[in-house]
Structures are given as C-alpha cells and as structure tokens.
Design a protein around this ligand. Sequence first.
Ligand SMILES: CC(C)(COP(=O)(O)OP(=O)(O)OC[C@H]1O[C@@H](n2cnc3c(N)ncnc32)[C@H](O)[C@@H]1OP(=O)(O)O)[C@@H](O)C(=O)NCCC(=O)NCCS
Length: 188
Amino acid sequence: MEILVAGEVSDADLDRLTALFCAVYPDPARDLRAFHEATRERWQRYGGPEELRPRRFIIRGDAGDSIIAKSSLLPRRVRTSRGEELIAGLGDVTTHPDHRNRGLGVAVVRAVFDLVDGGGYALSLFQTANARVFYEKLGCRIVTNPIVNSLDPTAPTANPFRDQWVMSYLAPGHMMPPGEIDLLGPGY
Ligand SMILES: CC(C)(COP(=O)(O)OP(=O)(O)OC[C@H]1O[C@@H](n2cnc3c(N)ncnc32)[C@H](O)[C@@H]1OP(=O)(O)O)[C@@H](O)C(=O)NCCC(=O)NCCS
C-alpha cells in the first residue's frame, strides 16, 4: 500500500489514476482531456488547509507501471448535533476489473477506516450506489440522518450526495450523532 498526497502526485501517477478510472467506468463519450485536467486540478494543485488535504491509498500492479486499486481519504469539517467534527470522507474506491476479489478493495478502504479507529476522525461518511454489501462486510451501516449542505444557496436543505445509499463507519464503541449532518460543502 502506498499513499499519494494531494499536491504531490506525479504526472505518471496521474495518468495511471486516469487509466484505472477509465477501465472501471468506460465511456466513449468522455472528454479525456477535460477529465485529465479535472483530476490534475484535484490532485496536483491542492491549496487548502493541511488537515483537509486529500490522500489516496493505492496498490500498484506487479510491474509497477499501473495502479490497480485505490481509495481516497477526503477529510471534511462537518456540523452535527455534537458540534463541528472532522470526518473521514471516503471516495474513489475502485479495483481494476482484472484484479477483483483478491481483497484489494478491502485493503484500500481499511486504510481509511484504520485512521478512524486510530481516533484521527470522528467517523467515516460516504455514498455508494452499488457496493452497499461490500461496505456492510467491513462493518459499515446505512445512515438515516438527514444530510444537507447549508452553504448551497439554491438548495440548502437538499441531500448533496447523489447515490442511493449514504453509509458510515464508526470506530468500535462510537455512535452516530443524532439528527442532521451538515456537510458545509458539496457531496463527494
Ligand atoms: C467494490 C470494489 C471496489 C470491490 O473491489 P474488490 O477488490 O473486488 O473487493 P475485495 O476483493 O476486497 O472484496 C471483499 C468482499 O466484498 C465483496 N464484494 C466486492 N464487490 C462487491 C460489490 N460491488 N457488492 C457486494 N459485494 C462485493 C467480495 O465478494 C468480497 O466478499 P467475501 O469476502 O465475502 O468474499 C470493486 O468491485 C469495484 O471497483 N467496483 C466498481 C466501483 C465501485 O462500485 N466502487 C465503490 C464505489 S462506492
């Protein structure tokens, strides 16, 4: 397992990340240049605060010239009924189709959850459309709290996530805060 830190990702790794995404989500209509530029913006030009700097957990292929599994830790300050909390947003979880069912997906996700277990984050919160059971096997649960982004001027009470399920991972012995969770920003 390797960690790529936003702002320090090489051009070669950017290409490898893009190649993995396109292998998992093939789309002939995708504007590859625009997609690559958006990925570059996120992973090579980070200018935000240190505690919110995104990190990617990756596993390389045997030859070292590809990335075959990845997850992203997207730290966020959110508002809950307990006050403002630093949480571990999780995204970009993917394993290359040729390397599935070998435990790589679990490994890159556990890397994020280990940071929650270690006390670095109040909890992990994320959305998923198709992988609910995968996450349930890792101890995650469906979140029923209303999720909002109060900073969205047009829809401050709408759920900023778009996938069917919002899920959480809690360190052992911890509880979800009751009530609304305000992401104070867009979904991820
Ligand atoms: C979900 C994904 C990352 C799993 O990767 P993987 O490396 O094959 O996962 P693992 O080998 O670590 O699988 C661990 C377990 O989860 C199960 N699993 C894997 N993908 C699953 C899915 N989509 N739904 C339900 N269970 C799944 C495996 O069967 C395995 O179960 P077992 O331990 O009982 O045998 C991979 O299927 C993928 O990239 N899917 C497309 C992108 C996606 O949906 N990502 C999640 C976005 S939130």
